[in-house]
Design a protein around this ligand. Sequence first.
Ligand SMILES: *Cc1c(COP(=O)(O)O)cnc(C)c1O
Length: 363
Amino acid sequence: MQSRMDRGFQRYQKEYEDKALEVLRSGWYILGREDEAFEEEFASYVGTRYAAGVASGLDALWLAFRVLGIGKGDEVIVQGNTYIASVMGITINDATPVFVEPNAYYEIDEEQIEEKITPRTKAVLVVHLYGQPAKMSRIREICDRHHLKLVEDCAQSHGACFDGKMTGSFGDIGCFSFYPSKNLGAFGDAGAITTDDPELARLIKIYRNYGSEKRYYNMVVGANSRLDEMQAGLLRVKLRHMQEITQERRELAKRYEDGIQNPLFMKPKVMEHTEPVWHQYVIRVPELRDELKAYLEEKNIMTIIHYPIPPHLSEAYRYLNIQEGALPVTEKYAKEVLSLPIYTGMTYKEQDEVMDALNRFHR
Ligand SMILES: *Cc1c(COP(=O)(O)O)cnc(C)c1O
C-alpha cells in the first residue's frame, strides 16, 4: 500500500475531465481566465486580499524573498527540520539561512527565535511542517517587535488554522506548493503566493513573467514562473472540495490516534489553538525505526521518512559549514521520524492493516 493519488482523481473524475476539456478547447493556455479566477478563489479561501499563481512551491518561496528585497548579506531564520526547498528559497537569493530547532510538534521552536536574531536578520520563514501550524501568535509578535518580515511555507498546510485563521494569512507572504501529492495538489507542478499587500502581489506578478507588467517592457530580471490554465482550472475544481478532503484526513488521523497502541512509537501531538490538516501523519520511533520501515515494507506497507538528511547536513549546504551535532533535536528527529500512509480515498480497511501491523511490531 502506498499513497494512491489516482483515488483523489477518481473521486471527482467527471469534474476534472470536464474542466480539462474546457481548457483545451478554450485556445488560451497560460495566465488567463482560469488563473485569475483561481487567484481570487484561493485568496478568499486563505483569507488574504491577494493570491498570485506561480509555477511551483520553490518559485513561490524564492520569489517571495526576492520581492521583499532580501538578498546577499541578509539572514533568514528557519527551522532545521524542513524540506530543503524552504532553504533553497532563501539561498537562491544569496541570503543566509539561520537554523532554529523544532519543538515537540515538529514546528519551529518559537522560544528559540529571538536568540538567533542579529543585526543582519531580515525575516523569519515559518514552515507549517506536516500540516501542523506553528505558534503564529507568538511568532508574529516577535517579528513585529524586531521589524522582521514573516514568510510562511504552507506547502504542507493548505487549510490548516491557528486560532481559526488559515496558514498563509499571518505573514507578509504565504508560499504554497500544489505539487500533486500535496493536500491541494494539481496534476503537474504549480504554486502560489498569498498576501494582503497589493504592491507585493503586483511585484510577484511582474517577476513571474520575465519582469514585465506590460508586454516587452521589462522592469527587472524576472523568471518564467507562470501558472498554466490547465493546472489553474483543475485546482479550482479541487478547491471546491477542500473541506471534504481535509475532513477525511482529520478522520484518518483520529483513527490512527485511537488505533495505534504500541509503546515503541510516539504519536504526533496537536498544539493548542491549532487545527492541523495532516499532510503527513508522522510517528517517532526512537529505536528500530529502519527495522520498522523494512518490516512494514515486507507487508507491502510503504512509509516515507520526511526527511532523512536535514538541510544543514546535505551536500548542497556543505558551504554553510555547519557541523553534525549543531542541531541535535533536528538531527534526532531525522533518525526517528516515519510517515505513515494517509491519502484521499484511503479506506478504513487499508488503514486497519497498517495499524494491525504497527501494533504487532516488537523488538
Ligand atoms: C513540497 C514542498 C516545497 C516545494 O514545493 P514544489 O512545488 O515541489 O517546488 C517547499 N516546502 C515544503 C515544506 C514542501 O513540502
